[in-house]
Ligand binder design. Structure first.
Ligand SMILES: [Zn+2]
Length: 315
């Protein structure tokens, strides 16, 4: 008699167990499908602050929420100069656009910046400023900052000796002055300040009153293998995580379409994270890339082929 009840009870429990498994399975599938939809729509679940773990991939793969994404060589790039500012200070971002002006890309950058009511800093090459002075006037009249980025951007000539270096800085400065009536004393070294392998280069800039700015977040848009808009967005968002003072490096020429396409999304992301957009000027605290201990100044390679005027490589 008890055996009969026991059998019925066991059967009921078994059916209940099967039913529970079915319900759980359905719920899990729905959750997975929702996440799939979110990821393909480029949403960032649980993205509440700049320091959040990234939970999506721009390449469409699915990742565990608790895992860091590490999908491409670009993602291996660490912020070059992690910010050490007060954790309680407000967050600020400087969009810097190098190597222009360019008749293809500069107007596109300016249009996006205007539409989003954001000001940027253009570090421009003297030889290109000479060719496109109207673009420089437009950059200035629309409230963006202008910086000196040498005259030739040719590493071999620029860094060959201090005379060349000083001549290029002064020449670009005079060209900028002739167009906008002033010449802001901010400088970005082509390839970054570690390329200024002789302390005399720094001394020249100090004597001329220049502040030197590198960057701590890069779009990595000079990758010779090419780069997509989504990769640029990913690089910038990933490298900016946890940094309160971000200086973003992008490039202004017709071969860097990915950065132009990415800019609206990048601006939207920084706004969402609560960053203020500022421009670099003489009053801004300089930011320098720290030279690796393993690469002393004397060993810095000056590569003839890094920059060609028509191919616009380098930084
Ligand atoms: Zn450059």
């Amino acid at each position: 008699m008890p055996n009969k009840y026991l059998t019925i009870l066991t059967a009921i429990l078994f059916i209940f167990l099967l039913f529970s498994v079915f319900i759980y399975s359905s719920t899990y599938n729905t959750y997975t499908q929702n996440r799939l939809a979110k990821l393909h729509n480029h949403e960032t679940p649980n993205a509440n602050s700049a320091g959040d773990t990234v939970t999506q991939s721009v390449y469409g793969e699915i990742y565990n929420d608790n895992l860091e994404i590490n999908t491409s060589p670009q993602s291996l790039i660490k912020p070059i100069y992690p910010d050490a500012s007060d954790k309680n200070s407000s967050k600020e971002v400087y969009i810097t656009i190098d190597d222009g002006p360019d008749p293809y890309s500069t107007p596109k950058y300016l249009k996006i910046l205007k539409e989003n009511e954001v000001k940027a800093t253009f570090f421009m090459i003297g030889s290109r400023i000479e060719r496109y002075p109207e673009l420089v006037k437009q950059i200035d009249s629309e409230g963006h900052s202008i910086g000196n980025h040498s005259y030739s951007h040719n590493y071999y000539i620029l860094y060959k000796n201090t005379e060349n270096f000083k001549d290029e800085v002064l020449k670009s400065s005079e060209i900028i002055f002739s167009i906008i009536g002033r010449s802001p004393k901010i400088f970005r070294a082509p390839g970054g300040s570690p390329n200024m392998h002789n302390v005399e280069f720094d001394n020249i800039l100090s004597e001329l009153g220049y502040s030197v700015f590198d960057w701590n977040v890069s779009a990595a848009d000079t990758d010779p293998a090419g780069i997509t808009k989504n990769q640029v967005v990913y690089n910038i968002e990933h490298e900016s995580k946890g940094i309160k003072r971000v200086i973003v490096l992008m490039h202004d020429n017709s071969k860097r379409k990915a950065s132009i396409e990415a800019l609206p999304e990048v601006i939207k992301w920084f706004k969402k994270k609560g960053y203020q957009f500022n421009v670099l000027d003489e009053n801004t605290t300089p930011m320098r890339i720290k030279r690796k201990a393993s690469s002393p100044p004397q060993n810095t390679t000056v590569n003839k082929s890094v920059y060609q005027e028509n191919s616009l490589g380098g930084n």
